[in-house]
Design a protein around this ligand. Structure first.
Ligand code: CP
Length: 351
């Protein structure tokens, strides 16, 4: 696999052609996993988790081990020299000197793009604050393709915290590239989808509407994608209660189609009652397992790319973004990058 973006920073890096290749490799891995058990035996993956994770961290690590590869990394940044003041840029220069690819989760939005400027090896964004989570989207696309047979002609309800839920930002950005997808965005107004995503929906002439209750829309949905409230990103809004009309119950499921797929990136908190788990339409634990296989396909491709010397060694200034959790706020040496629409290229906030 060649000629695809070197790093996986946002879901925009996954073209339709690249998705087809990754998914095809993923299917091959699922059908004959033993044939891949030595495929990355000379590769080292760096797993850098500056923020808590169960699925993403462990599925990447398991994916690498199932490919016969090796690991370095951390899940407690307080035990690294970042705690002594080392910059993200220098940390990336170091890990890219040791490993063949870097999987990073970071609480600052745009951290993955910033890291890619200083890394000689591919960066895979495992979640940057409330911004993007592209490998969760690969997981979600794999789940839909496996369970529905194709990705297209679907009414997709996305429910919960659409403001801070990075998985839904990446998912919507991906699904708009597939045919005949309609969206129903179900959230309280205070947790509505950010402008840069609704702007994308309008730019692509995708049909979408907002709703405030699951029950009213459930009968028309093919996919219901549930999300939790991302309290850790809310500061003083953290006392918000999950609205009862957005909680999925076994009783509400009686109104749904027989082939509905209920998905969730997990962790689940209170938004799906445990009684739903026994329903065969609840596919969120299968979804997490698909994530391991598509990450194996991704790691195989990224770890085989040749090293490439990073470009940014000069000090620069990027104190331009109004977003208080943009990576430029804590790493002000970063180069100033703005997209033509007037958005910060690191975190997509309107400047
Ligand atoms: N879906 C997901 O990103 O889960 P973790 O936060 O546990 O990695």
């Amino acid at each position: 696999m060649t000629n695809y973006p070197r790093h996986l920073i946002s879901i925009a890096d996954i073209t339709t052609e690249y998705w087809d290749l990754l998914y095809s490799r993923c299917r091959d891995i699922m059908s004959r996993p033993k044939d891949y058990s030595d495929a990355a035996s000379d590769k080292i993956m760096a797993s850098l988790f500056f923020e808590p994770s169960t699925r993403t961290q462990m599925s990447f690590q398991t994916a690498q081990l199932r490919l016969g590869g090796k690991l370095i990394g951390f899940s407690d940044p307080k035990m690294t020299s970042g705690a002594k003041g080392e910059t993200l840029a220098d940390t990336m220069r170091m890990f890219s000197a040791y490993a063949d690819c870097i999987v990073m989760r970071n609480p600052y939005e745009g951290a993955a793009l910033a890291a890619s400027l200083y890394s000689d090896v591919p960066i895979i964004n495992a979640g940057d604050g409330g911004h993007q989570h592209p490998t969760q989207t690969l997981t979600d696309l794999t789940t839909i393709a496996e369970l529905r047979g194709e990705i297209g002609g679907l009414t997709v309800g996305i429910c919960g915290d659409l403001k801070y839920g990075r998985t839904v930002h990446s998912l919507v950005s991906a699904l708009i590239n597939f045919p005949r997808i309609n969206f129903v965005l179900i959230s309280p107004p205070s947790l509505a989808m950010p402008e840069y995503i609704t702007w994308l929906l309008d730019a692509k002439s995708v049909t979408w509407r907002t709703e405030s209750s699951i029950e009213a829309v459930l009968p028309e949905l093919d996919i219901l994608y549930m999300t939790r409230i991302q309290r850790e990103r809310m500061g003083d809004g953290a006392s918000i209660v999950y609205p009862p009309e957005m909680i999925l119950t076994a009783e509400k499921m009686t109104r749904a189609k027989s082939d509905l797929c209920v998905m969730h990136p997990l962790p689940r908190v209170t938004e799906i009652e445990p009684a739903v788990d026994a329903d065969p339409r609840a596919v969120y634990f299968r979804q997490a397992r698909y994530g391991m296989f598509i990450r194996m396909a991704l790691l195989l491709e990224k770890q085989n790319l040749p090293r490439e010397r990073s470009r940014y060694y000069e000090a620069a200034t990027a104190r331009h973004c109004p977003n208080p959790v943009c990576i430029t706020r804590t790493n002000p040496y970063l180069p100033d990058r703005r997209s033509p629409g007037g958005f910060c290229e690191y975190c997509d906030t309107k400047i």
